[in-house]
Design a protein around this ligand. Structure first.
Ligand SMILES: NC(=O)c1ccc[n+]([C@@H]2O[C@H](COP(=O)([O-])OP(=O)(O)OC[C@H]3O[C@@H](n4cnc5c(N)ncnc54)[C@H](OP(=O)(O)O)[C@@H]3O)[C@@H](O)[C@H]2O)c1
Length: 197
């Protein structure tokens, strides 16, 4: 599969490593590099947005991703009086706002709930790290779920795109543990069904 990643920072680079290792063709692009965001989105079967939340506005004006899955890795993080929080929530989400800006695309919210280090290497855990995904297009979610498996995650369907309102705060739960609670970045959430009762 051709995966076009816009944003070649920590998340974009990590995902490129994992998907190339799984045999996918990956193109990475940044702000002022060639290929640019529009070229990457045209080339790709699946587009990944691994950029600061604030950059989505301009990127959505640049790319056309008609009928393509668009993975939204971003988190609408803002600093408030109590420290790091979310700029929006409850009645909308970053992913829903992105979908409104890219009406022909199939936005899927995922890969926002764990640190880039785990995205690059999911080995060494007692259980596959979980990654929830939310989106309104079932076919797009199926494609994205298989790409999550290729990275070593257990994909769990969270439902329609409005469930991104749950997944964006969930990312803050990871960040809070990693930074404020000083657990570091080398851990992930796992879903553990009871096997013995
Ligand atoms: N870091 C994590 O562990 C982590 C985990 C989960 C989710 N996230 C989310 O993932 C997103 C990316 O995080 P990151 O840590 O990878 O950030 P990062 O290391 O700062 O990388 C961001 C990348 O986006 C590029 N960029 C910025 N504006 C752009 C534009 N208008 N067009 C194209 N590219 C643009 C930057 O290019 P330049 O180099 O030109 O500035 C850079 O390559 C954020 O929304 C973050 O909240 C991060």
């Amino acid at each position: 599969m051709r995966i076009g990643i816009i944003g070649k920072g920590r998340v974009g680079s990590a995902l490129a490593v994992g998907w190339r290792a799984a045999g996918h063709e990956v193109q990475l692009g940044g702000r002022e590099t060639s290929p640019n965001a529009s070229e990457i989105a045209n080339w790709a079967d699946v587009v990944v947005l691994a950029v600061p939340f604030a950059a989505l506005e301009s990127i959505a004006q640049t790319i056309i991703a008609a009928d393509k899955p668009v993975i939204d890795c971003t988190n609408p993080i803002a600093m408030g009086p109590d420290g790091m929080g979310l700029a929006i929530g409850h009645t909308t989400s970053g992913a829903e706002q992105l979908q409104a800006k890219l009406p022909g695309a199939h936005v899927v919210k995922t890969l926002n709930q764990v640190g880039a280090e785990v995205m690059a290497d999911t080995t060494g855990f007692a259980h596959a790290p979980v990654q929830f995904l939310a989106g309104d297009n079932e076919a797009a979610k199926k494609v994205v779920a298989s790409l999550l498996v290729d990275l070593g995650f257990e994909p769990l369907d969270a439902g329609g795109l409005s469930k991104a309102r749950l997944l964006e705060p969930f990312a803050l739960t990871w960040i809070n543990q990693a930074i404020a609670q000083k657990h570091g970045r080398d851990w992930a959430f796992g879903a553990m069904p009871r096997t013995v009762k």
